[in-house]
Design a protein. Structure first.
Lengths: 294, 235
């Protein structure tokens, strides 16, 4: 029982990270209707930026905040320069190829600038793990879960309680109508990409102490995040969070209790999940069902 | 005094030109009806005004040339457009649809305006927390009209408000439009298949055929012109 609870708690920590990455994927999907395959590499580069700012002497939390700002600008710039020129075409394939290209470029760029050797990334908090009855949780895990809760709450307030958030939802739901009532739809999409990148930067910087800093640090996490986003529904922020937590727990439990999966084969759980959801319920748990007339 | 004047307007989708140089005026404070057969280019006229197709020519709104401006900037000037199919935001609630309608005005003015349109369309108040997608066709049309009016536009463009509505509901919608024009003085330009109903509230009509304006006449004169009546009004 204790092992089970501990695995659930560990799963929730990782799940919170997957939820954050899944949120990035969902925000971009809602804005531009595509999955940004470079989302993980953008977050990875941002974590390197945070590390660099820290090396230059900034306190860690400021370094991470700075990296989030850089990520926001980079995300916004990506939308403007790489995505917007081709966004009006009904064929999304070129955009998907562009994000795949961006992924490769960023991955190589990180190796070129900072080298491929793993670097240590400091935790925001140190000290002994916190024990709650039978389970223990590292302080960094508490920070991760807390940060994701705060991000989710801020996004909720943004989308439900502010005018600009409402405009972003309107622009995502029906861009043409949004323009007709005076919403600058282009700017809303740019903000969506920026927010997505900033959330990714935060999550990557919080995961970095565990994963170590290197260009491929987020490859596995991103696969889980895709699974989480698909499970929750690609256009649902709530779904991304629920999906992330489910994937985190499921992955951890499968690795512990199903012996032939073990630690090394855990990613197969994510792929099985993606496949299963796409076959049985393509719109995910909370997504909108797309009706196509043919 | 015309609020909107269109001069030598050409519009195209890709390489296909749909409007071949049209001219017409929309007098301030009145209801102008655009009549014509399917495919004549009526919808394209409205879409041209809001820069949603490639156009050339001049579109002057309130003395200002708006051709070449971006759609959202044009909306800011006070031109509201209820597109064909109503264009409500299905995954937003009725109230959220109205709130976003006031995007170009202050929060306070929006709240006041929404209250006013709730008075006018009590059904919308009853359904304020429901998602727009769940409304009936008539309710959606009312929501689309109310949303367009929230920022107190000077010109309201309507594209086939009767589309997909039962005749009784269509009559209700047109009665409401006539009332709105009377109460607020909002200038209205409406494209409509149901010429008979539209002319009841319209003071003049623009007759469109194959991408050209054939004539612009006072509504009263149309009923007496047999040739026009047969060609455009279908009776």
């Amino acid at each position: 029982m204790q092992v089970f609870l501990q695995q659930v708690v560990d799963g929730l920590t990782w799940g919170a990270l997957y939820a954050a990455f899944a949120l990035s994927i969902v925000l971009v999907y809602r804005a531009s209707g595509i999955v940004n395959f470079a989302q993980g590499e953008m977050a990875m580069i941002s974590a390197f930026c945070a590390w660099q700012f820290h090396q230059w002497g900034a306190p860690l939390y400021l370094a991470i905040a700075g990296a989030m700002v850089v990520a926001f600008l980079f995300g916004a710039l990506t939308e403007r320069v790489l995505i917007r020129p081709l966004a009006s075409s009904p064929n999304h394939m070129p955009l998907v190829i562009i994000t795949l290209g961006l992924m490769l470029v960023l991955n190589s760029a990180a190796g070129w600038i900072w080298g491929v050797q793993s670097k240590e990334f400091p935790s925001i908090v140190s000290g002994p793990a916190i024990t709650l009855g039978p389970v223990a949780m590292s302080r960094q895990s508490v920070v991760i879960v807390g940060a994701v809760v705060v991000v989710a709450a801020l996004l909720f307030v943004l989308f439900q309680r502010t005018r600009i958030g409402l405009a972003m939802r309107a622009a995502a739901g029906n861009p043409e109508s949004a323009k007709l009532i005076g919403v600058p739809v282009g700017s809303m999409l740019t903000i969506g990409w920026g927010l997505a990148a900033a959330i990714g930067a935060l999550a990557a910087s919080l995961a970095a102490p565990q994963l170590f800093l290197q260009p491929n640090m987020l490859v596995a996490s991103l696969i889980y995040a895709f699974a989480a986003a698909v499970l929750g529904g690609l256009d649902s922020p709530v779904g991304a969070i629920v999906g992330g937590l489910c994937v985190g727990v499921a992955e951890n439990l499968a690795g512990t209790y199903i012996s032939w999966i073990g630690h090394d084969f855990k990613q197969a759980v994510a792929l099985a999940l993606i496949l299963g959801v796409l076959l049985l319920r393509p719109e995910g748990l909370f997504g909108t069902r797309k009706v196509a007339r043919v | 005094m015309s609020l909107l004047a269109v001069h030598d307007l050409h519009a195209r989708y890709g390489n296909a030109e749909v409007l071949h140089g049209i001219d017409f005026d929309v007098p301030a404070g009145e209801v102008t009806v655009v009549l014509g057969a399917n495919g004549a280019g009526k919808t394209t006229i409205l879409r041209s005004i809001c820069a949603m197709v490639h156009t050339s020519g001049r579109i002057v709104f309130d003395g200002r040339d708006i051709s070449g401006m971006r759609t959202d900037r044009i909306a800011r000037l006070g031109i509201a457009h209820v597109p064909q199919g109503r264009g409500t935001f299905g995954d937003l609630t009725v109230e959220e649809n109205l709130l976003i309608g006031g995007y170009t005005t202050s929060q306070a003015a929006t709240t006041r305006s929404i209250e006013r349109w709730y008075e006018f369309f009590p059904r919308l108040r009853e359904r304020r927390t429901q998602l727009a997608a769940g409304l009936s066709g008539g309710e959606q049309q009312m929501l689309a009209i109310a949303r367009a009016l929230v920022p107190e536009p000077r010109l309201l463009l309507l594209d086939e408000p009767s589309l997909g509505l039962a005749p009784r509901i269509t009559q209700e919608v047109f009665r409401a439009l006539g009332q709105i024009n009377e109460d607020t003085g909002t200038t209205i330009l409406v494209v409509e298949q149901n010429a008979h109903l539209a002319l009841e509230i319209g003071s003049s009509a623009v007759l469109v055929d194959a991408g050209r304006v054939v004539a612009q006449r006072p509504a009263a004169a149309l009923a007496h012109d047999d040739a026009v009546r047969r060609a455009y009004l279908g009776y």
